[in-house]
Design a binder for this molecule. Structure first.
Ligand code: NDP
Length: 446
């Protein structure tokens, strides 16, 4: 049995009830076979067994009191996965679906993604099964304070630096930061995604979506093509989707769909800047549902309980959640002539869907490379906090653009070196893995 298969079997045996984690691990491990042929020392050092086992997992009770005076109890967790190249870094997700397997899949992806950014950041992830939807600001604040009452012991600007993810935006980061400061009496860059004016970086809110489109631009450029005039199906309407759509528009693309967990809207005339500003207000301030778009704009149709991959598009930009493109969606995209998929969400494509799209020759930008812009700018936020400095949006945006182009180059070069020219999935996995594995080798068995 190959070393890769042997290591993967151990992962499944140890935690048989974590399918998303298995999926994320296998998607990486299956592409690493050629690396072990040229680096047998990694096997002797049991790098895969160590890489797939978190350095530390913390789970804790989060009790809080709702507006009716009732006591509620949620579960909080933080997976400190790998610190070989820097402090643990990765977001917090607040969503009812959160469990340890999901947080481990996200944390595992984060290790290699962070390595690709070329910044000194390790991998981690955390969250809770708390659902901020429908909660008042005061309920969200009480929850965040209780969450931090335990988490503060485990994090720090040079130890572990959480950020946002699904359900954790500027409001939640503010409440979490306030409580950390109260408990520790320290103002430090312990969280990223802070608001501008008290330690946040300009362009951090935009970074994941903008970075995704910079990566897409590089993918298309490698084929002598561009975003201009392309019909783009975007999923999600949260942080990543909003700024992905904004950047597509700025490159002359046409955004035809957006979605939330209830359904999607298709706008035949396209979602232009004004309509997008309306969506941002709906989602970020009014906290409404995407179906309201179809009432507001007669050019749009709402499809309840469906995903947008049946619409005819040139480019798909999945930016909502994991496994949102499955077999049927992939077949539709292939049938309808979609030329490129660039992932904004983490692991939005199921393994079967990826196979179908690969066979159909669809260009594919994997999440750990294509959505690394968010964490890259988080690292820039950490640099600014450490130096008590404040950079202009032009400076941050141009660094983000440079980092994304650099990630695309690293992935292309690694793919070519290992005989898989043009395969950015293989390239991202190998380039990220080599950086982390070499650091682990240098640091001994720890
Ligand atoms: P938000 O919470 O801002 O938005 C999430 C969007 O996805 C919402 O429109 C939400 O709809 C939708 N969604 C959530 N769960 C589901 C589901 N089960 N089925 C269909 N739609 C769903 O999160 P972000 O935009 O920050 O994150 C989106 C994705 O991008 C996630 O995979 C995240 O891990 C990834 N990501 C985010 C980064 C960031 O910087 N924010 C960085 C890198 C990756 P609804 O409102 O109905 O819940």
């Amino acid at each position: 049995m190959s070393y890769v298969k042997e290591a993967f079997d151990k992962v499944k045996l140890r935690d048989p009830d974590q399918p998303e984690f298995h999926q994320a691990v296998w998607e990486v491990l299956e592409t690493l076979e050629p690396v072990f042929d040229s680096h047998p020392e990694f096997k002797d050092a049991r790098i895969l067994e160590r890489l797939t086992e978190p350095e530390r997992i913390i789970t804790f009770r989060v009790p809080w009191v709702d507006d009716k005076g009732q006591v509620q109890v949620n579960r909080g967790m933080r997976v400190e996965f790998n610190s070989a190249i820097g402090p643990y870094k990765g977001g917090l997700r607040f969503h009812p679906s959160v469990n340890l397997g999901i947080i481990k899949f996200l944390g595992f992806e984060q290790i290699l993604k962070n390595a690709l950014t070329t910044r000194p950041i390790g991998g981690g992830k955390g969250g809770s099964d708390f659902d901020p939807k429908g909660k008042s600001d005061m309920e969200v604040m009480r929850f965040c304070q209780s969450f931090m009452n335990e988490l503060f012991r485990h994090i720090g600007a040079n130890v572990d630096v959480p950020a946002g993810d699904i359900g954790v935006g500027g409001r939640e980061i503010g409440f979490l930061f306030g409580q950390y400061k109260k408990l520790t009496r320290k103002w430090e860059g312990v969280l990223t995604g802070k608001s501008y004016g008290w330690g946040g970086s300009l362009i951090r809110p935009e970074a994941t979506g903008y970075g995704q489109v910079y990566f897409l631009r590089e993918m298309l450029a490698s084929k002598g093509d561009s975003i201009e005039g392309k019909k783009c199906a975007v999923s999600g309407s949260g942080n990543v989707a909003q700024f992905c759509a904004q950047k597509v528009l700025s490159y002359g693309g046409k955004v035809i769909t957006m979605s939330d967990s209830s359904g999607y809207i298709f706008d035949k005339d396209g979602i232009d800047e004004d309509k997008l500003a309306w969506v941002m207000d709906l989602k970020n301030n009014k906290r409404g549902r995407i179906k309201e778009y179809a009432t507001k704009y007669s050019s749009a149709v709402y499809h309840e309980g469906k995903r947008p991959w049946g619409e005819i598009c040139d480019i798909a930009l999945p930016s909502a959640t994991q496994n949102e493109i499955e077999e049927k969606g992939a077949k539709n995209l292939a049938k309808n002539g979609c030329m490129a998929v660039c992932e904004g969400a983490n692991m939005p494509t199921s393994p079967r869907a990826y196979e179908i799209m690969n066979e159909a020759g669809i260009l594919f930008g994997p999440a750990k490379a294509a959505n690394a812009g968010g964490v890259a700018v988080s690292a820039l936020e950490m640099s600014q906090n450490a130096a008590f400095d404040d950079w202009t949006s032009e400076k941050v945006d141009s660094k983000l653009d440079e980092i994304m182009a650099g990630i695309h180059k690293q992935c292309s070069e690694a793919a070519q070196e290992y005989g898989q020219k043009g395969d950015l999935v293989v390239g991202a996995n190998i380039a990220g893995f080599l950086k982390v594995a070499n650091a682990m080798m240098d640091q001994g068995v720890v």
